[in-house]
Design a protein around this ligand. Structure first.
Ligand code: XMP
Length: 535
C-alpha cells in the first residue's frame, strides 16, 4: 500500500501530522528522523516534522537530505522547512520576537500546486523562535504573512517544499487542503486507506495468519480491546475466546452492561467475577503504588488461571494501537521504545502475540468500530484506567467506598451524556475532526459534553471529611472531586471548562442522592504538572 513517511524531529505535533494524512485516506508511518526506510517501494512522499530545537543548536537533529532529495516529493514543516533552507545555503536567524499564534497569509502563489484552492488571507498557525531570512539559491517564496516573508517556499523545478507554519493544527484553517495538495496532488496518493479497506484486508490477513488456531484476548470494556475482539471474531469466529475480569472496581453496572453488549456482538466471552479476591487482598492498603501492584498481580493471576484452561490456545491478542508503538524521541535524541502492555502470561503457554490494531490511531479505531457495526456507546466510551475506581479512591478501599463512588460517578457521567452543547466555527471543526459523530446543520453541531471531552470521572476523597448541614442535621462526610479533561493522547491534558449550570446541577444531584457525600469540588489542574488520575 502507498505510504507517506513522516520523519519525526521531536515536535509535539508530529502525531497530528500523521492523523491528518490518514484522514486523507492515505497510509503513513511516523519514524525517528534518522530511520528513513531505504528501498521501500511503497513510499510516495516524505514530510519532515517540526522540532523543539533550533537548526543552530549543537544537539539539533540532522539528516542527510541527499538521501531523499530528488527521490521523493518532500514537505518540510516549521523546523523541517528551516532545516532544508539552512542546509541548502539559505539563512535562518532568531526572529526579532517569537512568531507564535494565528497569522494570515497576505500573499500566496495560487498557481503553485501546494496552494491549489487556497483562499486569499487564509489563517495559519505559527510557532517558532527562528525564521528564514534568506532562501537558498534557486528557491522561491510562495507565501508570506505580514511578518514572515518566507512563510512557504519551493525549490524551483524540484519536488521540494517548506512551510514555516503548521498545516496540521486546527487553527490553520486550510491546513488540510494544503496537506491534501501535497499528499494527493503532488505525491499522487490513490487514497486507498479507509476503515472499510482496513477491515477487509485485516480480516483476510488474520485468517491467513491464524488458520485454525485458537486465540485468547483480554477484554477491558474499553474501545481498543472491544474493536480488536470484533475484528478477530469476523476472521476466526468462536475460535476467539475473550476473558473479561471484574475486579469489583468497575463503574456502576458496567460489568453486566458490557457483558450484554459483547453477547449481542456475538463474542465468545468468559466473564470472571473475581471481586472478592481483589477486595480481600486490598484490605487496609492505602499506598497508591501498593494498590496498583496488588491489582496488577491479582489481575494476572485471575487472567492466567482462565487462560490456562484454554489448553489449545496458540495466540494472545491485544488491542495495542499505533501511538503505543511509535518510537518517541526524547530531547537527547535517543529513541525511547514505548513499552507494550503485555500482561505476563506464563511462558509455558508459548503464545504468540497478535495485534490487529497496531497501525491505527485512536480515532481510526473508532471508525473501524463503526464500520464493524458496533454500538456507538461502546465506540465513544472514555478511556478508563485498568485498576478502575481503586485509583480514584484516596486511602484504603472498601466495598462501601466503591459503592459511594460508583453512585456519584454514575450521576456525573449520565449528566455529561445528557447535557447537549451547540458548537460552531473552530470549536465545531475540532470536535468533528476528532471523530465525534455529529452532523453540521447551518454551520452548527450539537454534541453532548461527554463526547466533547477526552475523559471524566469522580474521585472519592475518603481520607478527608468536612462538616455540612442537611435539613436540621449536621453532617461530617467525604467530599467528591470531579475531573474532566480535554486531550488528544493523554500525554498532556487541560481541565474541561464545563458550564456552571451543569456543575451546579451535578453537585446538587450527587449531594442529594449519594449517601456519604456532602461536598463536591471540581479539579482545575492541567497535565502537566498534575496527572489525569489522582493516584
Ligand atoms: P495519568 O493519570 O498518568 O493517565 O495522566 C493517563 C491515561 O492513562 C490512564 N491510566 C491507566 N490506564 N492502567 C491503564 O490501563 C493504569 O494503571 C492507568 N493509570 C492511568 C488514565 O485514565 C489516562 O487515560
Amino acid at each position: 500500500m502507498q505510504k507517506i513517511i513522516i520523519l519525526d524531529f521531536g515536535s509535539q505535533t508530529t502525531q497530528l501530522i500523521g492523523r491528518r494524512v490518514r484522514e486523507l485516506d492515505t497510509f503513513c508511518e511516523i519514524l525517528p528522523y534518522n530511520k528513513f526506510p531505504a528501498d521501500d517501494p511503497d513510499v510516495i512522499g516524505v514530510i519532515l516534522s517540526g522540532s523543539p530545537f533550533s537548526v543552530y543548536d549543537p544537539d539539533a537533529f540532522k539528516i542527510d537530505l541527499a538521501a531523499i532529495r530528488g527521490h521523493y516529493p518532500i514537505l518540510g514543516i516549521c523546523y523541517g522547512a528551516q532545516y532544508i533552507s539552512h542546509t541548502l545555503g539559505g539563512r535562518v536567524e532568531p526572529a526579532p520576537s517569537r512568531e507564535y499564534g494565528r497569522q494570515n497569509l497576505t500573499t500566496v502563489d495560487a498557481s503553485n500546486p501546494l496552494f491549489e484552492n487556497f483562499e486569499p488571507g487564509s489563517q495559519v498557525w505559527m510557532s517558532h523562535g527562528d525564521t528564514i531570512t534568506a532562501l537558498p539559491h534557486g528557491f522561491n517564496a510562495i507565501a508570506s504573512t505580514k511578518t514572515v516573508k518566507y512563510a512557504a517556499f519551493q525549490a524551483t523545478g524540484e519536488q521540494l517544499w517548506g512551510v514555516q507554519f503548521h498545516p496540521e493544527v486546527f487553527h490553520s484553517t486550510q491546513g488540510t487542503q494544503l496537506l491534501k495538495n501535497f499528499v494527493v496532488g503532488i505525491c499522487g496518493s490513490r487514497q486507498e486507506w479507509s476503515a472499510a479497506s482496513f477491515v477487509d484486508s485485516t480480516v483476510a490477513e488474520l485468517k491467513q495468519q491464524l488458520g485454525n488456531d485458537r486465540v485468547i484476548l483480554g477484554l477491558s470494556g474499553g474501545v481498543d480491546s472491544s474493536v480488536a475482539a470484533v475484528l478477530l471474531n469476523r476472521a476466526i469466529g468462536n475460535r476467539l475466546t475473550c476473558i473479561f475480569v471484574d475486579h469489583g472496581m468497575l463503574r456502576k453496572n458496567e460489568f453486566s452492561q458490557v457483558m450484554d453488549d459483547y453477547k449481542v456482538l456475538g463474542l465468545n466471552v468468559i466473564g470472571v467475577d473475581a471481586s472478592k479476591k481483589f477486595f480481600t487482598d486490598l484490605a487496609g492498603i492505602s499506598d497508591p503504588e501498593q494498590k496498583r501492584k496488588i491489582i496488577g498481580r491479582d489481575f494476572v493471576e485471575v487472567f492466567n488461571a482462565e487462560a490456562k484452561k484454554i489448553t489449545d490456545a496458540r495466540w494472545l491478542a491485544q488491542g495495542t494501537i499505533y501511538p503505543d508503538r511509535i518510537e518517541s524521541l526524547n530531547i537527547t535524541g535517543k529513541v525511547i521504545k514505548s513499552h507494550h502492555n503485555v500482561g505476563g502470561l506464563p511462558k509455558e503457554m508459548h503464545l504468540q502475540l497478535c495485534e490487529p490494531l497496531k497501525w491505527l490511531f485512536k480515532d481510526e479505531v473508532r471508525r473501524v468500530g463503526r464500520q464493524l457495526g458496533m454500538p456507538e456507546h461502546l465506540i465513544t466510551r472514555h478511556p478508563f484506567p485498568g485498576p478502575g475506581l481503586a485509583v480514584r479512591i484516596l486511602g484504603d478501599i472498601t466495598q462501601e467506598k466503591v459503592r459511594i463512588l460508583q453512585d456519584a460517578d454514575d450521576i456525573y457521567i449520565r449528566g455529561l451524556r445528557d447535557y447537549k452543547v451547540k458548537l460552531s466555527g473552530e470549536e465545531a471543526r475540532k470536535v468533528l475532526a476528532a471523530g465525534v459523530p455529529a452532523t453540521m446543520t447551518d454551520g452548527e453541531i450539537e454534541v453532548s459534553l461527554y463526547d466533547q471531552i477526552w475523559q471524566a470521572g469522580a474521585i472519592l476523597l475518603s481520607t478527608v471529611r468536612s462538616v455540612g448541614v442537611m435539613g436540621d442535621e449536621r453532617t461530617y462526610e467525604h467530599p467528591v472531586a470531579l475531573r474532566a479533561v480535554t486531550s488528544t493522547d493523554a500525554m498532556t491534558a487541560d481541565w474541561a471548562h464545563l458550564p456552571y449550570d451543569f456543575m451546579a446541577k451535578v453537585s446538587t444531584d450527587i449531594i442529594n442522592h449519594v449517601r456519604g457525600v456532602n461536598r463536591v469540588c471540581y479539579d482545575i489542574s492541567s497535565k502537566p504538572p498534575a496527572t489525569i488520575e489522582w493516584e
